[in-house]
Design a protein around this ligand. Structure first.
Ligand code: ATP
Ligand code: MG
Length: 565
């Protein structure tokens, strides 16, 4: 639901596109429901963030920015399960890397446990909450179904005094897990099952990573979340569609707890990527069984995986904007994300030569031991990136696929008798090949035309093919990794037994690659276009100074077309 409206400004008509959330905020501000805008990103620290979370982060941060408001990062850590603290740092790093600046507003929901407790007592005092002794199973059985109303708990009409006493005893550790719960007293006949006296506090004798053993009762998400929002003066609590049915409960909590300027919840559709693994459950399994190299494996769309793959925050932002914000579930495609990184790097990344599958090319009429330096632009489309000098010599490497002994029709690269341009260097004509006993080409021979220096035709004669190369004497040998989707796209995500269909070619390691000498000095954070081969970055885990390992971010070919505006 994207509405275009015309905003006249200085006599000029400017078309501003607003999504449905922005329209709701505009209305709230106009009607004075709120005087400011404050949003938050509330991750549960139980895993690494992925591209879907990036959408939520950038949406929330973007709204705060657009309206001159504030954006909070809040860890939703009310559920005291283990192994959480390690995720906090990774999430902070990812949020910061995406550029969503939460300034000094880093919060932990667990630091509000006392206020949540106070809210619970407040509800008890108002007769809006009661301690219930039914077991979890009984509560479920009493809850009814979509077509049948629920049944009231026999403990529903306990007095305020008794409820207070029992709730305090729950807090003081008098009861075992599951023995008693605190429930909101709403309406067992509500058509919305979430409103049928939901549990808002449970007993759990567990150590919390932040509060230790201070508490043995913990609030349920549906009770805790609105209170967290209200305490932080969040105005628009933006979440995904599965919480739509919980909104009446959200509203009930902030109303009955009598918060001033209560926040409101707005839901949008989650971002899904076709044939891409995002679920924590599946990623965890891939990590644990060693299929991938950790949560930041460059084949994953975890934010740390995308970062290690070489994606930029700018590309992710562009992708999220193209995907749009809507109430309708839709599925984005990986080629759109790839389009965004190509667009971002097109002019930013220097273009260099790297040979990934080398075969030797000897220029027979070039002087032995001579190395000459040719001045070449770093990016033919962006002169601001300047130029560099690259060495040329008698022995070169070219891609094996750029030579064919018996070429098919329309093959314009190197074959016996044919002349091609060595990019930025000279015209060469193939004269001969050497082969090993198995018939594999080992060396290709050619002669060059000294008058074609720079790759320019000396006399107007044309060549149809241009190939890249590196000089053997000065080349740096490196490892390059090529990636594809971890899922076998032809088979689809899941096999019949529920396991993932894995693509056996999702990682191809090329250990014999030769690159220009300057690339040997590349360091983590550097990104390049290797001409004709794609965009590459220096791997942050496996590179050493002077020994970069390159990851292919994306190939150059695209199947994605930007829809016409
Ligand atoms: P997952 O389902 O991958 O385990 P989650 O919803 O459990 O993710 P949370 O930490 O609870 O992870 O999510 C933090 C925020 O990110 C929530 O507001 C949630 O709605 C939002 N979010 C999670 N997944 C997506 C997605 N695919 N697209 C957009 N927002 C998402
Ligand atoms: Mg969740």
């Amino acid at each position: 639901m994207d509405v275009k409206e015309n905003m006249p400004e200085n006599g000029k008509e400017e078309v501003v596109s607003r999504n449905f959330i922005e329209m709701a905020i505009d209305k709230d501000l106009e009607e004075g429901v709120y005087t400011h805008v404050q949003t938050r990103f509330p991750p549960e620290p139980n895993g690494y963030l992925h591209i879907g979370h990036a959408k939520s982060i950038l949406l929330n941060y973007g709204l705060a920015q657009k309206y001159g408001g504030k954006f909070n990062l809040r860890f939703d850590d009310t559920n005291p399960t283990k192994e959480k603290i390690e995720f906090v740092e990774s999430i902070k790093e990812d949020v910061e890397w995406l550029g969503a600046d939460y300034e000094d507003r880093l919060f932990f929901a667990s630091s509000y446990f006392q206020q949540m407790y106070d809210c619970a007592e407040f509800l008890i005092q108002k007769g809006k909450a009661y301690v219930c002794d039914l077991s979890a199973e009984e509560i479920r059985a009493y809850r009814g179904t979509l077509t049948e109303p629920g049944k009231e708990s026999p403990y529903r009409n306990r007095s305020v005094e008794e409820n207070l006493k029992l709730f305090r005893e729950m807090r003081d550790g008098k009861y075992a897990d599951g023995e008693k719960v605190l429930r909101a007293k709403i309406d067992m006949a509500s058509p919305n099952i979430n409103m049928r006296d939901p549990v808002i506090y449970r007993v759990a004798h567990m150590t919390h990573h932040n509060t230790g053993d201070a508490w043995c009762i913990y609030p349920m998400y549906d009770f805790a979340h609105p209170i967290e929002d209200a305490l932080e003066h969040i105005t628009h609590s933006i979440c995904t569609l599965e919480f739509e049915d919980h909104r009446p409960l959200y509203d009930w909590v902030v109303r009955e707890c009598e918060f001033e300027e209560p926040p409101r919840q707005i839901e949008f559709a989650k971002l899904y990527l076709k044939n891409v693994v995002t679920g924590k459950r599946y990623i965890k399994r891939l990590v644990e069984n060693g299929t991938v190299d950790g949560w930041d494996d460059p084949r994953l769309v975890s934010i740390s995986g995308l970062r290690r793959r070489g994606y930029t925050p700018e590309a992710i932002r562009m992708f999220v904007e193209l995907a749009g914000v809507s109430k309708a579930q839709s599925i984005a495609e990986m080629p759109m994300l790839e389009y965004c990184i190509r667009e971002d790097l097109k002019l930013k990344a220097p273009r260099q030569m790297a040979v990934l599958d080398p075969v030797k090319l000897v220029v027979d009429n070039y002087p032995e031991d001579q190395i000459e330096y040719l001045e070449v632009p770093n990016n033919t489309e962006n002169p601001e990136l300047g130029s560099r000098k690259i060495p040329f010599g008698k022995e070169l490497y070219i891609e094996r696929e750029d030579f064919m002994e018996v070429p098919p029709r329309k093959y314009f690269r190197l074959f016996p008798g044919n002349e091609v341009r060595l990019m930025n260097a000279y015209f060469v004509r193939c004269t001969d090949v050497e082969k090993d006993e198995a018939g594999n080409v080992t060396v290709i021979h050619c002669t060059y035309d000294p008058a074609s220096k720079g790759g320019n035709s000396p006399d107007g004669r044309k060549v149809k093919g241009t190939i890249h190369w590196v000089a053997a004497a000065t080349a740096k040998k490196v490892t390059v990794r090529l990636y594809e989707n971890i899922v076998d796209e032809e088979k689809g995500m899941f096999a019949e037994d529920g396991t993932l269909n894995l693509n056996p070619r999702s990682l191809v390691v090329c250990e014999n690659c030769y690159v220009e000498p300057l690339l040997g000095e590349a360091s983590v954070g550097d990104r390049f276009q290797f001409v004709r081969n794609g965009f590459f970055c220096v791997d942050s885990k496996d590179s050493a100074p002077g020994n970069p390992v390159f990851n292919r971010i994306v190939s150059l070919k695209s199947s994605f077309k930007l829809p016409k505006a």
